[in-house]
Design a protein around this ligand. Structure first.
Ligand code: FAD
Length: 311
């Protein structure tokens, strides 16, 4: 899909591209945009719905000046602590072919064993900012190392990873239109840690994780700490480590947020403000990113949208 077609203040269909062909689908009732927190604001702006100045700059027609489109981008950041274990205690041993075959056979015959694991077998919540009434740090114990893209494996082969995320970020980024070409990516500026509170909180959360991993019950299985390097011990060292190695949790949201103020993009029934016949149903409508993994909330948003459409 390349844009929503707007006629006389109403969404009347969508335009799609197939190769060089342009295909138009007319809506009988309404159009629902559900392209996610990056692509939805881009499609809105390509359709002439968003900050007027930005749309005009790309030579497009403005159908509704909605300044909040693309603003309020939120995401969780994550830190990965990687440990080398002193034996084959984690799922890393199943990276070897014979163990992999054994795990496959076990699953084929009994539907259990390591191949039935989601690899993240432990979780917890704790405080990075003690002034918060509920925890703002989420922990995951990943029973292996180097499983996720961009996270180190360990030289010894057997490792584990503690992932932790700061789940109520105060930093806000934006998605802006970089081109009128629907195939071009929008400009995404996440601005992680632009509010220093987020880095402070995740540093505290990381200090707590290091403390947990130093307790005898788990430390007896650990050979050495791989990341952060064992010589990084002070709070200042760990803060720098967090700043350098934090990665996106890939939970973008908030870029077409729900509300009733001037910066809101959709109303509480998910209707785009200022345009008839157009709703948004995806992570972009969240005013504030939830304190946890957002997929179930996105499903709920879709189900609510379906209910609103039925009325
Ligand atoms: C690698 C990864 C791992 C994740 N793991 C978890 C997890 O374990 N638990 C959890 O709760 N959340 C997880 N998330 C987050 C979760 O997947 C998202 O929050 C959720 O899927 C967002 O839903 P959405 O409907 O907003 O967007 P999406 O699920 O991204 O759906 C948008 C859809 O629109 C389509 N689209 C985009 N542009 C166009 C266009 N121009 N025309 C037509 N179609 C278009 C896309 O192809 C996509 O199918 C993960 C995300 C990633 C990337």
């Amino acid at each position: 899909m390349t844009r929503v077609i707007i006629e006389k203040g109403r969404a009347v269909g969508v335009e799609c591209a197939k190769g060089t062909r342009r295909i138009v689908y007319k809506a009988q009732q309404e159009v629902v945009l559900s392209a996610g927190a990056i692509a939805t604001p881009k499609l809105m702006m390509l359709s002439g719905l968003g900050p007027a100045e930005q749309i005009r700059r790309q030579g497009l027609t403005v159908h509704a000046d909605i300044p909040g489109v693309g603003q309020n981008l939120q995401d969780h950041t994550e830190i990965s602590l990687v440990y080398q274990l002193n034996g084959p205690h984690s799922y890393d041993k199943y990276k070897k072919l014979h163990w992999k075959a054994a795990a496959g056979l076990n699953y084929a015959l009994f539907r259990n064993g390591p191949a039935s694991s989601n690899l993240i077998e432990g979780g917890a919540f704790w405080w990075g900012n003690k002034d918060e009434t509920v925890p703002d740090i989420q922990y995951f114990m990943v029973v292996g190392a180097g499983i996720e893209e961009g996270v180190d494996a360990v030289p010894g082969g057997n490792g584990c990873t503690v992932n932790l995320g700061q789940i109520r970020p105060r930093s806000r980024g934006e998605v802006t239109l970089a081109s009128a070409d629907p195939l071009a990516n929008p400009r995404v500026a996440p601005r992680y840690f632009s509010d220093p509170h987020d880095l402070d909180a995740i540093t505290e959360g990381t200090m707590a994780a290091l403390d947990i991993m130093a307790q005898p019950a788990i430390a007896s299985f650990v050979e050495t700490r791989h990341a952060p390097a064992p010589n990084l011990t002070s709070r200042a060292d760990i803060r720098t480590f967090c700043q350098r190695t934090a990665h996106a949790a890939l939970h973008p949201s908030g870029t077409c947020r729900m509300g009733q103020d001037d910066m809101a993009v959709v109303d509480p029934q998910l209707r785009v403000r200022g345009i008839e016949g157009l709703r948004i149903a995806d992570a972009s409508i969240m005013p504030t990113l939830i304190s946890g993994n957002p997929n179930s909330v996105c499903i709920m948003i879709g189900e609510r949208a379906a209910e609103f459409l039925r009325v």
